[in-house]
Ligand binder design. Structure first.
Ligand SMILES: Cc1cc2nc3c(=O)[nH]c(=O)nc-3n(C[C@H](O)[C@H](O)[C@H](O)COP(=O)(O)O)c2cc1C
Length: 189
């Protein structure tokens, strides 16, 4: 499987980093873009250098590289994930404002009718952002908020992150065991 992964400057860059690890573990090709703002949030939230992530991807592109292969719909990919997705990038995708490679690759993903998943992170949400999410959804994209569940009884933050990343993998059609699926209440509950 060939996936474009964009990490933008919303809180929760760990979602993008964990997804990169899990996709590579399953021998997926990952075409990675890290926005300039995400580079700063990665340093702040994870205390790592973004270059260590770029080096692990199949290919890495800067957000201003509009000549990259993934800027064209003719480059075959199975899907694209933006994780986490800032409200700014959501707005760009929703309105077809392809000012950088992330928005352009997303535009191509939608126009080619391929899978596009936005792991949006913000709270509370303005009417403008809700409207933008509706627009992306109506255009065929999947809005997958960074909204972990608790029914699988998480032990730590890693379990919460794995829940969201697992939902992304499920949407891509990639098998995983990152969380135990809901199987009804236990007999004594
Ligand atoms: C520490 C930090 C956390 C942020 N968290 C969010 C967030 O959760 N959601 C969001 O939409 N923007 C968040 N922002 C603001 C974005 O980084 C900012 O809107 C930026 O322009 C997004 O650009 P990008 O989409 O090109 O990465 C955060 C900024 C910082 C510095």
């Amino acid at each position: 499987m060939r996936v474009i992964l964009a990490i933008t400057g919303a809180s929760g860059v760990v979602y993008g980093v964990t997804l990169l690890t899990e996709l590579l573990k399953r021998e997926c090709e990952v075409y990675l873009i890290i926005s300039e703002h995400a580079k700063k949030v990665i340093a702040h939230e994870l205390d790592i250098d973004w270059r260590s992530l770029a080096g692990r991807a199949t290919r890495y592109y800067e957000e201003d590289d509009m000549a990259a292969p993934i800027a064209s719909g003719s480059f075959p990919v199975d899907g694209m994930v933006i994780a986490p997705c800032s409200l700014k990038t959501l707005a760009a995708v929703a309105n077809g404002f392809s000012h950088n490679l992330i928005a352009r690759a997303a535009e191509c993903t939608l126009k080619e009718r391929r899978k596009l998943i936005l792991v949006v992170r913000e709270t509370p949400l303005s009417t403008i952002s809700l409207w933008n999410m509706l627009k992306v959804s109506m255009a065929g994209g999947i809005i997958l908020p960074a909204s972990p569940a608790f029914y699988h009884k998480p032990n730590d933050v890693c379990d919460l992150v794995n829940y969201v990343v697992g939902k992304v993998l499920s949407c891509l059609g990639v098998e995983h065991d990152l969380f135990r699926p809901w199987n009804g209440f236990l007999r004594n509950e």
